[in-house]
Design a binder for this molecule. Structure first.
Ligand code: 6PG
Length: 471
């Protein structure tokens, strides 16, 4: 074959197929491979306009690619990625590239990168966000690792990515597994935003007694303002979908047990390892896990009831709820970005938070109006220690905190479970507490374990004889 393809995709499920169609739309000569004949047929059907055809034989697929080969994987994370790489190695030449675009764990990406570099194959991990729609018409992409490989696909990635003010929502994230790390944290933020939206819905429904139409209208109104974001748009639209079977709204017949594929949990696990707290993200992971104890929850709800008081001033509460949601949204990003700051240092990822917030403004699941402010904050101050330290965000925080306190206070007093909203507020309070209670923790540690402590009035490490120093 003379006319060879510029890039080949392995895995023609919805994401792989859509991304390939997007590349073809942008004029690139691309092809795909899948073991499943139905996937090849679907590619052919959807790609009629571009005469897009795939391969059923891996050797033929590899031979159809121009040198050095660019092979992209969009297969489920985990063992499958290793299996595919194993099959590929004997067919590839030195200098060829493998781009893993699934949601792989960053430690797997590090391992694969070093194994493949020993064989002379360039490897990089790239997180893609935006779901099916994003892949088809413009995702946000987070590539990290081998820069030679990145440069070889840069024009394709920039062309197919979402654009905000003309800027592509893709950038070289950094060395090593930084691309997959940043995508993982993106997902941690996604989990937390979904949870604060769910808790807000719960308060609108059970605290304020709103029906689905009122909830739709409230979310619609909020989405026209500073809260505008993709996840609120999706949430809003859920409340107008009817269900044929029950004749009511679909949301009302969906079981309240949430599943997950693990990226939120990984974010929490890493945060513990790095000792960089992200409590609102952790709560959102825990909430999904707690939701699975349905029968226990039903039994305890009957055994331990708690009557809720009516809200005195619903109009005022609605305004405060918007403030609580906005505050918590700032906090979700703040925690994720803080974790990135720490990880960058720990893993030498050289992360540029200005660029990361820039590419999150479009295409991805956590895209939001607020990201423009966040991007501006990092643009102004690239070494910003924490989002709360930005002066313009501080002005906003001062405005929305009193309303947030009212909402969280009311919910707690009335027994509504709002762990993510509450944790965002206590996280904020912990960070703005100059003199905390942790001097006591140090005293306790020294008392029973001689773990020593530092003093406020003198440098050095001290140990006290707690039993004999009684006044
Ligand atoms: C995205 C999403 C996506 C993720 C799903 C599923 O950015 O497009 O983050 O990558 O796989 O949202 O996540 P859970 O199944 O864990 O909820």
């Amino acid at each position: 074959m003379n006319n060879k393809y510029t890039l080949g995709m392995i895995g023609l499920g919805t994401m792989g197929r859509n991304l390939l169609l997007n590349m073809a739309d942008n004029g690139f000569a691309v092809t795909g491979y899948d073991k499943d004949a139905r996937m090849l047929q679907k590619l052919e059907e959807d790609g009629k306009a571009h005469n897009l055809k795939g391969f059923a034989v891996l050797e033929d697929f590899i031979q159809s690619l121009e040198l050095p080969r660019r092979v992209m994987l969009l297969v489920p994370a985990g063992q499958i990625v290793d299996n595919v790489i194993k099959e590929l190695i004997p067919l590839l030449d030195k200098g060829d590239m493998i781009i893993d675009s699934g949601n792989s764990h960053f430690t797997d990406t590090s391992r694969r990168a070093s194994e493949l570099s020993e064989q002379g194959i360039h490897f990089f991990g790239m997180g893609i966000s935006g779901g099916e729609e994003g892949a088809r018409f413009g995702p946000s992409m987070m590539p990290g690792g081998d820069k030679t490989a990145y440069n070889a696909v840069k024009p394709i990635l920039e062309a197919v990515s979402a654009k905000v003010n003309g800027d592509p929502c893709v950038t070289y994230i950094g060395p090593g597994a930084s691309g997959h790390f940043v995508k993982m944290v993106h997902n941690g933020i996604e989990y937390a935003m979904m949870q604060i939206l769910a808790e807000t819905y719960y308060l609108l429904k059970n605290g304020m007694g709103y029906d689905n139409e009122q909830i739709y209208n409230t979310f619609k109104k909020w989405n026209e303002g500073r809260l505008q974001c993709f996840l609120l748009e999706v949430t809003r639209d859920i409340f107008k979908v009817k269900d044929e079977k029950s004749g009511g709204y679909l949301i009302d017949v969906i079981k309240d047990e949430a599943k997950s594929k693990g990226t939120g949990k990984w974010t929490s696990q890493v945060s513990m390892d790095l000792q960089l707290p992200i409590p609102t993200i952790n709560e959102s992971v825990s909430c999904r896990d707690l939701s699975k104890f349905k029968s226990l929850r039903v039994a305890l709800a009957a055994a331990l009831p708690h009557a809720a008081e009516k809200i005195d001033n619903p109009a005022e509460f609605e305004v405060q709820l918007e403030q609580a949601l906005y505050f918590s949204m700032i906090t979700c990003y703040a925690q994720g970005l803080h974790l990135l700051t720490q990880a960058s240092e720990e893993f030498k990822y050289e992360l540029n938070l200005q660029e990361i917030s820039q590419i999150w403004r479009g295409g991805c699941i956590i895209r939001a109006e607020l990201l423009e402010d966040i991007y501006q904050a990092y643009k102004k101050q690239p070494d910003l220690a924490h989002l709360y330290a930005d002066a313009s965000l501080q002005t906003k925080l001062n405005e929305i905190i009193p309303g947030t306190r009212k909402v969280v206070g009311h919910a707690i007093q009335n027994g509504f479970a709002i762990p993510a909203l509450a944790s965002a507020l206590t996280y904020y309070d912990s960070l703005r507490t100059a003199n905390s209670a942790l001097n006591l923790t140090q005293a306790q540690r020294d008392f029973f374990g001689a773990h020593t402590f530092e003093r406020t009035d003198e440098a050095g490490i001290f140990h006290a004889d707690w039993n004999s120093n009684n006044l």
